[in-house]
Ligand binder design. Structure first.
Ligand code: DHE
Length: 484
């Protein structure tokens, strides 16, 4: 008897492989939520600009996402069709997506059930609330900063990134997702106020010192969207230099200057937009700079160059270059923090490409020390009331470690690693600096609370892939040890 050279199961699979038609599958299964043009509807935009850093798209299509409307399609689509669909949504769109002022205005959705209140609906200190962004299932948990009880847990737009921004009284918070939605949440009533889509792909947001203007930095379209405190769009600023559009890498609030400062991705300029009348000031620089860190008085800005080998200090008052800092290995200035050391102010920045923290004297911009760590880190935190700086090791085999560094000796005094092999990163202090919260950055993750003095663990709160944590007081007072 002649044996068949292919198995029956493979023969059955062949027509399925031949039939994979991702465009048709998209139209049938995905368009209803994510829109025919893939720019998003009730579900997020499915374009490389917003999905770029999302891992495991196949698994999401197959199994869905817990606690979201995204259902799994494993029963209806073959593995080949799912793989084809995953690469289809990662294919750039043929026509440049469009998102103009009228589309922004039309996207505004206010919560009809929202009722403001005269005082918080809880007994906890409203200025010691800490928000935890849970990227695992796109939620934020609202923690009482004294007891660490979860007061509320609410759904956010898809893929929240960057620090949420609090109104100056700490009552409201604005949260941004990578696909351009800005959500407003009332901490006193524990309720969403509304949301609006400021762009198709956004980077971060900033708030004016009076809380009346929200600025949204966008990659797509290349622009800065200005909203009022009630999420009404006020202006869409086209960030074009010499006729060529430039993406906005990030926008920063400069409270003393009453301005927003913009890092432009594609042009050798820094822009400053007055928060009162939105007048634009353009500061020419030698090369595009990114990932800004500011002196506490906001007169000087340090940006990283594209090659990731130096920091450039610019005087924002006169636009002059003050210094160049040798910072090889991709400094992550945006995570920089400052503190007083021996009567002088120093700043520290992690490096994304090297296991080192650079400590710089902010008076003469000299390098004080490079602290060797167990691998490249992403985030740093300190607090005026604490003698320590907390530095994670985000990348590499030691991603499970958190270094605690003495602010004076600049030596690592302790390395915490309670979850071997799992990412342990991003720290935040409570209002009084007595406790530190660290993320077990995994899907079945946790926030671990430490006594900031003894460095002993005091509590574990289960969370879904917690990323950043943000204490109201530390943010609205621009506490030294927090990145802004
Ligand atoms: Fe971030 C803050 C840019 C990748 C998590 N990140 C920021 C800010 C900027 C920035 C400009 C400051 C915004 C603010 O708070 O107003 N991030 C970038 C990048 O350019 C980069 C390297 C590439 C990218 O894809 O955009 C990048 N960031 C990441 C991640 O991969 C992280 C680890 C996971 C994620 O959620 O995407 C990540 N970024 C964060 C977090 C903050 C942040 C948690 C807020 C830190 C804080 O404590 O304030």
């Amino acid at each position: 008897m002649i044996r068949p050279i292919v198995s029956i199961s493979l023969l059955l699979a062949l027509p399925l492989m031949a039939q994979a038609d991702p465009a048709a599958d998209y139209a049938e299964h995905c368009a209803v939520c994510h829109a025919e043009d893939r720019l998003g509807g009730t579900g997020p935009a499915l374009i490389p600009e917003t999905l770029g850093r999302l891992r495991g798209i196949d698994a999401v299509i197959a199994q869905g996402r817990v606690s979201t409307q995204m259902e799994g399609f494993a029963g209806r689509l073959s593995p080949q069709a799912i793989t084809a669909l995953a690469s289809y949504v990662m294919t750039p769109l043929e026509n440049r997506p469009h998102w103009d002022a009228s589309q922004i205005a039309a996207s505004r959705e206010m919560n009809a059930d929202y009722q403001p209140a005269d005082r918080p609906v809880f007994a906890a200190d409203p200025l010691n609330i800490t928000l935890v962004v849970e990227t695992g299932d796109h939620h934020v948990s609202v923690l009482d900063g004294d007891t660490f009880a979860v007061l509320d847990r609410f759904a956010t737009p898809f893929a929240v990134h960057g620090g949420p921004k609090f109104s100056p009284d700490g009552r409201f918070v604005y949260i941004m997702s990578r696909d351009g939605w800005v959500q407003k949440y009332d901490i006193w009533t524990l309720a969403e106020v509304g949301r609006i889509r400021a762009a198709l792909n956004s980077r971060n947001i900033a708030i004016s010192p009076d809380g009346q203007r929200i600025a949204v930095a966008n990659y797509l379209p290349e622009s800065l969207t200005i909203l009022d405190a009630d999420l009404n769009p006020l202006r869409l600023i086209d960030t074009r230099v010499g006729g060529i559009p430039s993406r906005v890498s990030a926008v920063y609030q400069a409270p003393q200057r009453e301005s927003f400062v913009l890092a432009l991705k594609d042009a050798p300029e820094i822009w400053e937009v007055a928060t009162a009348d939105l007048a634009i000031r353009r500061i020419p620089i030698d090369e595009p700079l990114d990932d800004f860190f500011f002196s506490p008085d906001y007169r000087q800005v340090i940006g990283a160059n594209r090659d990731g080998d130096k920091g450039v200090v610019i005087d924002l008052d006169n636009g002059h270059k003050l210094a160049e800092l040798p910072l090889p290995g991709m400094p992550h200035l945006g995570s920089g923090i400052t503190w007083e050391r021996g009567g002088r102010r120093v700043m520290a920045t992690p490096h994304l490409g090297e296991g080192v923290l650079s400590v710089i004297d902010m008076q003469d911009w000299g390098l004080v020390k490079q602290i060797r760590t167990d691998g490249p880190g992403f985030f740093l935190r300190g607090h005026a009331a604490s003698p320590y700086v907390w530095a994670d090791v985000f990348f590499g085999p030691h991603k499970d470690k958190m270094h605690v560094i003495d602010k004076n000796t600049l030596e690592i005094v302790k390395t915490l690693a309670p979850f071997p092999g799992q990412t342990f990163a991003h720290s935040e202090f409570t209002r009084d600096g007595s406790h530190v919260l660290v993320s077990l950055w995994e899907d079945e993750g946790a926030v671990v609370v430490y006594d900031a003095r003894t460095l002993n663990e005091v509590k574990r709160l289960p969370m879904r892939k917690p990323s950043g944590k943000y204490n109201v007081w530390n943010k609205i007072t621009f506490e030294d040890g927090t990145s802004h």
